[in-house]
Structures are given as structure tokens and as C-alpha cells.
Write a protein that binds this ligand. Structure first.
Ligand code: TEU
Length: 582
């Protein structure tokens, strides 16, 4: 594989409204980020992915953009943004902007025009259709509940919105729309950004005719992913974007792609011919049973299965090896906190967060750290629905408690486990009021555990999660095997331990991760030959000389070893030890 800076980078995601508020209005902002650049530098990350800071109608946390080439005054000014970019670059940190171009806000000037009349020049920027027998043009469900169509009385037609009503889908079949998007991208690239995270970019091509989705449930509206995920012209649009814009700059892209398969991924991120550099897949986020409606499936509260996680990750690692490029994340602004989901946010919070960090940095692919993951922030359990802000969560509650009269406790339990606001409570900087996030009233309440879990505490404790992340990021900088090494799963049927090898040229690393609070026995498979070992990293005090071929792991223990094969001639002199010579 070719060496590329973005393969070697560690990316840190900032959700700006929850990072740091510099002016006391309760909302995080650009000057807040500026104030924390030295923190990010100390952590060691290479790239910041900034969730949207554009003017927005505020319906979906900034993912409903009303002006692509400006900064929302609530976050600051364009001059603040320019200063941010300059100061990041001075520190060797690059900036990835979030590009949300499957849809705009309904307050975007294009849509304001589009809805005026059927012959407005902007009409075909969006997807308009007449109703069918007094109802929506088809039976598609929106991601946030209800129909994917909204009726507009002005022209007596419906527009398509795969997300909220305030997020009308752009019509990518219209070449003028594509020209506009490429112009926006070029505008930011000329300002010096280092790439884009492309929001739901595999939804931009819809199957012509927009047919009704098969009825698979007694719901009024049906999941229609097969008609808008990886549509017939997706690859063509992305190749055009690459040719007309991206190929002219040394930048990278990561495409967010719910429902993507490894086959798509190889095609889209192929080293020579792929239009994108990497993408976000969702399979490890959807481990819970998928036997219900996709949207309801998201809210399923069930224990995920380590064997399934191994299968999913191994398939992604192997299918892309030598062809495409993986990215890897365990949390982001749409997902619950990783330590609460995959680790233990109680007794074993610190060790389990470190074990997950080891997993994140040791798999093949570019790692993405989400703000707060670096100090082991946890899910929040607000008691009242009034404390929640996320549109998806509020729709879910309204639908199930309001309309279907489900047990509110059960619905709240699902929100506590899966809701997006778990990730959106303010970053916990210190133990002062509102965790040092704001001097005003935060737009969403702070997680009450901020007195124990915060940056100040973590920075002062040499054994903290924060320092462990620093160590991992630093290691990755010095060991190309972490970036480019091949992957091989070991112990594929073990129900508690996830173990794998990474190999590059003559170097081999062994990664052993206990995903449980149990103390399982690790036994090195006899196929792995080795006469000496170095302990590279561990999340418990460990005697580097102790035997690693057979030992009991502590709860959520993680160990990384370098395995050394002694050359044949020397080995004869030494006399073969256990596990040797195979
Ligand atoms: O998310 C895309 C997406 O598929 C979401 O439905 C995601 O799966 C869901 O939030 C999980 O609960 C992107 C953004 O990351 C998200 O914040 C936006 O709401 C969405 O697109 C629309 O722009």
C-alpha cells in the first residue's frame, strides 16, 4: 500500500456546540475550540473533523445547512474560522470540514426559491412530486419517523426528505446542483481545508421512479433503503467529484455510508481507482438483532455479541486489505458513548476505556476519536424527556409514548442506551459548575458525573485514559506496523477474548483484548511461532518478562506484544523453547 499522510493520521471529531463555550451563551463555539488547541496538540492527534458550523435552521444539530459558505454567528465569524485554521496548521493539525450535501435546510435560499412555483429555476434542485390518490407519492419512511415526503400547499406538491421535514433532499440528477456543490467544495479547498467528511453520501442517488418500498411491517411507512442507498448513479457522481474537485488537492475524504458493504467499500476507496479515500461503515454499530424495522432496530436494547463483532471487523479488515482503506470509530455524535456500549462505565470504566482505545488504534485503518472519548465520558441518564434535545430522540419518544402508548420507562431505557444525546452532553473540562463548559446555561445539561470525569483530573493523573490515548497516538507515529501491517484473527470462537496479529515485513505484533469483566485464560495458538517477546503496551501493570503464551487476563485487560522469531542458526544454539520451531 502507498504511504499517505491520512492513513497515518489519528482524527479527532469535534461537535462544536458541545465542546467549549467562550462567550457564555451556553453554546460551544469556534473561539472555544481555539482555546483548546494546545490540549489537542498534547493529545497528539493529527486531524480535526469539525461537525457543521454553517448557518443552519437548528433542527438537526447543524446537519440542516442554510448557507454552505458561511459560519453560523452562534459559532463565531469567518475571521474566527480563518484564525482557527491558521492556528491549527501552525501546530501541524489539519482540518476536515463536514459536508452535508444529500440535503440542505428548507431555509436555504435554493429551497426558498424552489418551493415558490413549479417553473422556478431552482425547482429541480430538489425532488418534487405530485401526490398519489390524496396521499404521499410513495410509502417511504423518513429516518426520523413519519413519511419521507412533506406536502407544500404553495404548489400542491410533495418534496422528498429522507431526514427531517426541514432537510429537503437535493436532486443530484440535476447537473446544476452538482456544479453548485463542486463550487462549494472548491471554495473551502481554496481557503485551505484539508478534506471533507461527506454526510450520508451514499444516499445521493435515488432509484428512478422512486417506487414504493415492499411492505415488510404493519407500519404506515416503510424502510426504503434499497431505493436510496448506493443508487445507480452514486459511483458516477463520486468519480465526477473526484475528477472535477478532489484530484486537484492533497486532501482526503471520508464518506459516511449507512448500509455499505465491503464490496462497495473496495470499489469506492480503491487505492488506484476509488473516488473516496475511506468511509464510515455501520455494521459494528448495528450488532443488536436486526429482525425489526431498521429504525426501531436502532433502539433495540440488547447485549451485543463478541463473536459477531469479530466476524464483522475481520470481514472489513480482510476484504479491504491491499485494495481499499478502512476507517475505524467506536463513537461519534450519533452514537452512545463507547465505554458505556462496549466496555463498562462503572467499576471498570478506566481499564475498559483503555482496552477499547487499544482496539481502536491497533486495527488496520485510520482511527477516529470522538470528543470526550479521550477521558472516558459515559452515557447520560436524564430522567425526564424534557432534558433531551436531539430530534431523533424526541420523535422516537413522541411516537412510542405519545401515539402508541408504550411504557415510558421502557422507552426511556432505550434512550438511555442508544440516544444520540449521550454523545452530545458538553465536554467535561473540570469540576467547576457545568464542567467548565460554559459560564451561562448550557444548551443541554452536563452529565452529572463531571466532578469525577473531566480533563483536569485526567491530565493530572499519569495513569488516566487521556495519557493512555497519548501513548497510543505516539506509538502509532513511530510504528508503521500499526498503520500498514496486515491483520490476522486468532481464537475466532473465543467468547471473551478478541486477539489478532498485525504483520509488516519481518515484524509481528500480537494484540490481546479481554472484552469482559471475567478473567479468561489466553492460550497462544501453536501456529504462532515465537521465541522472544517485547511488551509494547498494557492497561494493567504487567511484568514484561512474564509468559504470554498461557495466562489469565484481568477484567478488560489489553496487551500488545512484539513477537520475535529467532533466526534458525541461533535457535539451534539456544535449544528450542516452547512454541518454537513450528
Ligand atoms: O447521520 C446519518 C445517519 O444515517 C443517521 O441516521 C444515523 O444513523 C443516526 O443518527 C443514528 O442514530 C448523519 C449525521 O451524522 C447525523 O447527525 C444527521 O442527523 C444525519 O446524517 C442527517 O444529516
Amino acid at each position: 500500500m502507498k504511504r499517505r499522510w491520512w492513513k497515518e493520521a489519528v482524527v479527532y471529531q469535534i461537535y462544536p456546540r458541545s465542546f467549549l463555550d467562550s462567550d457564555g451563551d451556553g453554546l460551544g463555539d469556534l473561539r472555544g475550540i481555539l482555546a483548546k488547541l494546545d490540549y489537542l496538540k498534547r493529545l497528539g492527534i493529527d486531524v480535526v473533523w469539525l461537525s457543521p458550523v454553517y448557518p443552519s435552521s437548528g433542527d438537526d444539530g447543524g446537519y440542516d445547512v442554510s448557507d454552505y459558505c458561511a459560519i453560523d454567528p452562534a459559532f463565531g465569524t469567518m475571521a474566527d474560522w480563518e484564525e482557527l485554521l491558521r492556528k491549527m496548521h501552525e501546530r501541524g493539525i489539519r482540518l476536515l470540514m463536514d459536508l452535508v450535501v444529500n440535503h440542505t435546510s428548507d431555509e436555504h435560499p435554493w429551497f426558498r426559491e424552489s418551493r415558490k412555483s413549479r417553473d422556478n429555476p431552482y425547482r429541480d434542485y430538489y425532488i418534487w412530486q405530485a401526490g398519489k390518490e390524496g396521499r404521499e407519492p410513495n410509502n417511504w419512511a423518513s429516518h426520523f419517523g413519519g413519511s419521507a415526503w412533506a406536502y407544500d400547499p404553495v404548489t400542491d406538491e410533495y418534496y422528498l426528505h429522507l431526514f427531517s421535514k426541514k432537510q429537503p433532499d437535493l436532486n443530484w440528477e440535476n447537473p446544476r446542483v452538482r456544479d453548485e456543490i463542486y463550487a462549494v467544495m472548491t471554495w473551502w479547498l481554496e481557503k485551505g481545508v484539508d478534506g471533507f467528511r461527506l454526510d450520508v453520501i451514499n444516499m445521493i442517488s435515488k432509484v428512478p421512479g422512486l417506487p414504493d418500498a415492499p411492505v415488510v411491517s404493519d407500519e404506515r411507512y416503510q424502510w426504503a433503503g434499497q431505493y436510496f442507498l448506493h443508487g445507480p448513479r452514486l459511483a458516477e457522481y463520486l468519480r465526477e467529484m473526484k475528477e472535477r474537485v478532489l484530484s486537484k488537492y492533497d486532501v482526503f475524504t471520508v464518506g459516511e455510508m449507512p448500509g455499505v458493504t465491503t464490496e462497495h467499500a473496495v470499489d469506492l476507496t480503491h487505492e488506484e481507482t476509488g473516488p473516496l479515500d475511506m468511509l464510515f461503515q455501520f455494521e459494528h454499530m448495528d450488532l443488536a438483532p436486526r429482525d425489526t424495522l431498521a429504525r426501531v432496530g436502532k433502539w433495540h436494547v440488547g447485549r451485543w455479541d463478541l463473536l459477531e463483532l469479530k466476524q464483522v471487523m475481520t470481514r472489513w479488515q480482510k476484504d479491504l486489505e491491499g485494495k481499499g482503506w478502512n476507517s475505524f470509530y467506536l463513537s461519534n455524535h450519533d452514537q452512545p458513548r463507547s465505554v458505556s456500549r462496549f466496555g463498562d462505565d462503572g467499576r471498570y470504566r478506566v481499564v475498559s476505556a483503555k482496552m477499547l482505545a487499544t482496539f481502536l488504534h491497533l486495527l488496520h485503518g485510520t482511527p477516529y476519536v470522538y470528543q470526550g472519548e479521550d477521558i472516558g465520558m459515559t452515557n447520560v441518564h436524564f430522567e425526564s424527556i424534557q432534558e433531551y434535545r436531539d430530534i431523533e430522540t424526541l420523535h422516537f419518544y413522541q411516537e412510542w409514548v405519545g401515539q402508541r402508548r408504550s411504557d415510558p420507562d421502557e422507552v426511556m431505557a432505550a434512550i438511555h442506551a442508544k440516544g444520540r444525546d449521550n454523545a452530545r452532553t458538553p465536554m467535561q473540562w473540570n469540576a467547576t459548575e457545568h464542567a467548565g463548559f460554559t459560564t451561562g446555561t448550557p444548551w443541554i445539561n452536563v452529565n452529572p458525573n463531571y466532578r469525577q470525569i473531566n480533563v483536569e483530573q485526567a491530565a493530572a493523573d499519569p495513569d488516566s485514559i487521556f495519557h493512555y490515548y497519548r501513548q497510543l497516538i505516539e506509538l502509532r507515529r513511530h510504528h508503521p506496523i500499526m498503520v500498514y501491517g496486515s491483520y490476522e484473527l486468532l481464537l475466532d470462537t473465543h467468547e471473551q477474548i478478541f486477539a489478532f496479529l498485525r504483520c509488516l515485513h519481518d515484524e509481528r505484533w500480537l494484540v490481546i483484548l479481554n472484552f469482559t469483566a471475567d478473567v479468561p485464560v489466553f492460550a497462544l495458538p501453536s501456529t504462532v511461532t515465537c521465541s522472544q517477546h517485547d511488551l509494547i503496551l498494557s492497561n494493567y501493570p504487567t511484568d514484561a518478562r512474564s509468559d504470554f503464551r498461557l495466562f489469565s487476563l484481568q477484567p478488560y485487560e489489553a496487551r500488545v506484544y512484539r513477537l520475535i522469531r529467532t533466526p534458525r542458526r541461533e535457535r539451534r544454539k539456544e535449544g528450542a523453547g516452547p512454541g518454537d520451531g513450528q
